[in-house]
Design a protein around this ligand. Structure first.
Ligand SMILES: NC(=O)c1ccc[n+]([C@@H]2O[C@H](COP(=O)([O-])OP(=O)(O)OC[C@H]3O[C@@H](n4cnc5c(N)ncnc54)[C@H](O)[C@@H]3O)[C@@H](O)[C@H]2O)c1
Length: 244
């Protein structure tokens, strides 16, 4: 018997990295998964791929309709899709700020807004958002990204309080640097990829990057009945960054 037998799950950003692992682990534990991504060609086998740009209200509406047709309802929503930026306030353009916020903050807001009414109607729902330690502490050259992830942390807590007594739990995970295709892209852009990897690694007291599955396991914990009394939490998975 799987821990998520009969649970109907939507995961955004399911085509790569952390979202892929979240979807894979839910499937392994008996969940039915709609794997949403702007490029859904590489979602885990056994999931239902749905193409969506989470910054678009119309596309989110279509995602909800598809998820309801495929699963008959939604119990668990993992807002994981996100994009990065590597600039300070001085270098960041208004366009970059808007682009990062449109996906990370507005996309998370839109998905919650779209799926919450069904959860409230069935008096059960779990939301797990992927934020970041960048939303909790200052990191160099992450102005738009940090602010957008700070918004995700705040929205998580706001929603948790709003619907705590209505059967809805809402939490977020705050990863440090995770060895996903995202980081590979960052390294490729760096002048000296090896030196940059060493810098990212040294920032984490455990002396290594996280594996995507280590973050996914924390998401599954928050989505499970083991976390039945947990809402509004920021679960930090950072190898010790915040403690240092
Ligand atoms: N990798 C890290 O070090 C790290 C650290 C902290 C937090 N995070 C967060 O974890 C989440 C997943 O990151 P990852 O490392 O797996 O990255 P990734 O780039 O490997 O995967 C992100 C996925 O999201 C999808 N996506 C991006 N924009 C989208 C949009 N507008 N609509 C739909 N799908 C979209 C991409 O197609 C991709 O499949 C992100 O929210 C990221 O901010 C990552």
């Amino acid at each position: 018997m799987g821990k998520f037998d009969g649970r109907r799950v939507v995961v955004t950003g399911a085509g790569s990295g952390i979202g892929y692992e979240i979807s894979r682990l839910f499937l392994a534990e008996g969940g039915e998964v709609v794997a949403a991504d702007r490029d859904p060609r590489s979602v885990p086998p056994g999931s239902f791929p749905v193409k969506v740009d989470i910054s678009s209200p119309d596309e989110i509406d279509q995602l909800r309709k598809s998820a309801y047709e495929l699963l008959g309802g939604v119990d668990i929503l993992c807002n994981n899709a996100g994009i990065g930026s590597t600039t300070s306030i001085l270098e960041a353009t208004v366009e970059e700020w808007d682009r990062v916020f449109a996906v990370n903050a507005r996309g998370t807001f839109l998905c919650m807004k779209s799926f919450l009414p069904g959860m409230l109607e069935q008096k059960f729902g779990v939301i797990v958002n992927t934020a970041s330690v960048a939303g909790m502490i200052g990191l160099r050259d992450r102005a738009s990204y940090s602010a957008s992830k700070g918004a995700v942390v705040a929205l998580t807590k706001q929603a948790a309080v709003q619907w705590a007594a209505a059967g809805i739990r809402c939490n977020c995970v705050c990863p440090g640097t995770v060895d996903s295709p995202w980081v590979e892209r960052l390294l490729q852009q760096a002048e000296d990829p090896d030196a940059y990897r060493a810098e990212l690694t040294a920032r984490q007291p455990m002396g290594r990057l996280a594996e995507p599955t280590e973050v996914a396991k924390a998401v599954l914990y928050l989505a499970s009945d083991d976390a039945a009394f947990v809402t509004g939490a920021e679960l930090v998975i950072d190898g010790g960054i915040l403690a240092s």
